[in-house]
Design a protein around this ligand. Structure first.
Ligand code: ZN
Length: 127
């Protein structure tokens, strides 16, 4: 049984086993880095887009109701404004989420950097 050659975010050796001629597990395979990045960004976007789809269907429904004369134009305009506020809220939420994601990534990089310096320091100590 062989173990993955990857290094985890906390700086320790990955404990996943690898199959066949692989050197890395599915989390650390460099050939899958792009795939992982796509999956991660898709996951980050999935929640607001569901809300947007919901809002879009509500707006389409409202448009139909206005055209059919079921909803008065004035009322529809007010509802439209409210939906606009909701859409802006989703946009703000998306930006906050993006910022949080970036902060987490910067923190992880800073941790890696600090660990790298600590390791270099200990090597110096031993050398
Ligand atoms: Zn691994």
């Amino acid at each position: 049984m062989r173990f993955c050659a990857g290094i985890t975010r906390s700086g320790t050796r990955c404990t996943h086993t690898v199959r066949g001629n692989d050197s890395y597990c599915h989390l650390h395979d460099p050939n899958r880095a792009e795939e992982r990045r796509r999956t991660a960004s898709k996951a980050g976007r999935s929640k607001p887009s569901r809300v947007l789809l919901d809002l879009r269907s509500r707006l389409l429904e409202l448009s139909e109701q206005v055209l059919d004369g079921e909803v008065e134009g004035k009322r529809a305009a007010i509802v439209g404004q409210l939906y606009n506020v909701a859409i802006r809220a989703v946009e703000v939420q998306r930006k906050v989420h993006e910022t949080e994601e970036l902060e987490a990534r910067i923190e992880a990089l800073e941790r890696e950097d600090a660990q790298g310096q600590a390791t270099a320091g200990s090597y110096k100590h031993w050398g």
